[in-house]
Design a protein around this ligand. Structure first.
Ligand code: SF4
Length: 242
């Protein structure tokens, strides 16, 4: 890490507030005075995340809050979903004139509200090194492995080879408190109204029903509407299979 960090003058650490980026932040503690910590506030962050970011901002010398407007994006392009039928897409709703929720694939939503603003912040900082808390074992990750260089940007991934348990052990050993929701979930919180990533968000939904019952009611309403939209297409598919 030292050799890589010392080769660069402008460095961004991409911070989500999850355990992996928290471990990465603390692994880089020696170089905090040379690192810009960037978090993307989508406009739909949990209050717990806002509070965590205020603490991080007070702790590190350089912190930048990039912003997007996920509520406006979702109002225009639809709720993010793991499954999107053409009928329920903006195209489908326009062409067929059907009613029901408009859906978009979650990569489009995360792309517009998290990935693009983060990329813009990295570019605006003139960074040549990006530090990320991504692991080889993660179910979802970019193609960039350790030491990757893309368009003049080098990637440093300090916890790449770590397991979840090693990350938790490291944080515990360093006396770093985990966000409280990790007592109930294994993932970071992301957006309050997210209706995607359901392969890993069932525990988050249960946590929300305890901690934020009103919000949970609205998200559950959306999930049921998504299920109805998807099941309509699944029934058409089922009928067509002989
Ligand atoms: S976490 Fe969910 S709601 Fe937030 S930007 Fe990504 S897909 Fe959209």
């Amino acid at each position: 890490m030292r050799e890589t960090i010392e080769r660069h003058a402008r460095i961004v650490l991409q911070f989500s507030g999850g355990k992996d980026s928290l471990a990465t932040l603390h692994l880089c503690r020696k170089w905090w005075d040379r690192i810009l910590v960037v978090w993307v506030n989508t406009g739909d962050a949990f209050p717990e995340t806002i509070e965590q970011m205020a603490r991080i901002k007070a702790m590190v010398p350089h912190f930048f809050e990039a912003r997007s407007d996920q509520p406006a994006h979702i109002a225009k392009h639809g709720w993010p979903s793991d499954v999107v039928s053409v009928e329920a897409s903006t195209f489908g709703r326009l062409v067929r004139g059907t009613s029901g929720p408009t859906l978009q694939g979650y990569p489009a939503c995360c792309g517009a509200n998290i990935w693009a603003p983060m990329q813009a912040a990295v570019a605006a900082a003139g960074a040549t090194l990006v530090i990320r808390g991504v692991k080889k074992a993660d179910a979802r990750r970019g193609e960039e492995g350790p030491g990757a260089e893309i368009d003049g940007l080098e990637f440093l991934l300090p916890v790449w080879d770590w397991s979840d348990m090693e990350v938790l052990d490291y944080l515990c050993g360093q006396g770093v408190a985990l966000p409280d929701h990790y007592r109930h979930t294994k993932t970071s919180l992301d957006c309050r109204h997210c209706t995607a990533y359901l392969d890993e968000n069932a525990e988050k939904m249960r946590w929300m029903s305890m901690m934020h019952p009103e919000l949970s009611g609205e998200v559950q309403r959306r999930l049921k509407a998504i299920r109805h939209a998807v099941m309509t297409d699944v029934s058409h598919l089922t009928k067509a299979i002989l």
